[in-house]
Design a protein. Structure first.
Length: 251
């Protein structure tokens, strides 16, 4: 039930990290992918990789923090593929800084892509899906939307907001046939954090995960495909944690 042949998926933040991985996984399952991010060169490299594996991908430059850019990006995407069935709302940032030292600009730089940008993309996606009779939106949240960690106040607030936004949109858009769910990863190893997790501080954090290991990007494949496919046709407003048990570990 997770075959995505004849489906069209738009993925934000697809130039690197989880977004790039998600685009490749969806294409491998048969979806035509619209890969969006701010860096055209990275998107074109991804497009070539997917095409080389027999998949279909279109690069579209989009800045989720800029409403005209989102509107233009969706217009271009719809011109290319005709409609959308899936939106993976992945673009976001994180910065580690004590809350007492956060400037208003620091706060905005996290909340704008992680929450406001996610809303703009979800709204544009729902409008496109309404014309197609429905679809599915997957917001990439975090376990830090449900549990906090020092130095990440803005990030945690943005992801908590995204989880509540997911539930609110799911309620409003169910009559349109648009499902909205959230994927909440725990600590997943990427190129950006690999060096940190090799340190003593990183090792201490890993030791607190009940399964005793970091997540790998491939650990998110099954939950992603569930939410993007008809296998989850009776799910909306759900939040799926993929964290090795971190949320249920003792404080």
């Amino acid at each position: 039930m997770t075959d995505l042949t004849h489906r069209v998926a738009l993925v934000t933040g697809a130039s690197s990290g989880l977004g790039r991985h998600f685009a490749r996984i969806l294409a491998a399952r048969g979806a035509t992918v619209v890969a969006t991010a701010r860096r055209r060169a990275a998107l074109e490299t991804l497009t070539d990789e997917i095409a080389g594996s027999g998949g279909r991908c279109h690069p579209v430059v989009m800045d989720v923090t800029d409403a005209p850019s989102v509107a233009a990006g969706f217009a271009q995407a719809l011109d290319l593929v005709g409609g959308l069935d899936i939106v993976v709302n992945n673009a976001g940032v994180a910065q580690t800084r004590p809350a007492i030292d956060l400037s208003p600009a620091d706060w905005r730089d996290t909340l704008e892509p992680n929450l406001t940008g996610a809303f703009l993309v979800a709204q544009a996606g729902a409008r496109a899906m309404r014309e197609r009779g429905g679809g599915t939106i997957v917001n990439v949240a975090s376990i830090l939307g449900e549990r906090v960690s020092k130095g990440l106040a803005a990030y945690a607030a943005s992801k908590a907001g995204l989880i509540q936004l997911t539930k609110a949109l799911a309620l409003e858009w169910a009559p349109l046939g648009v499902r909205v769910n959230a994927l909440a990863p725990g600590y997943v190893e990427t190129d950006l954090n690999r060096a940190f997790f090799a340190t003593e501080a990183g090792a201490r954090l890993i030791a607190r995960i009940p399964q005793g290991r970091l997540g790998q990007m491939s650990d998110l494949d099954g939950p992603l495909l569930l939410l993007c496919s008809d296998a989850s046709h009776y799910m909306t407003g759900s939040v799926i944690a993929v964290d090795g048990g971190h949320l249920v570990s003792s404080l």
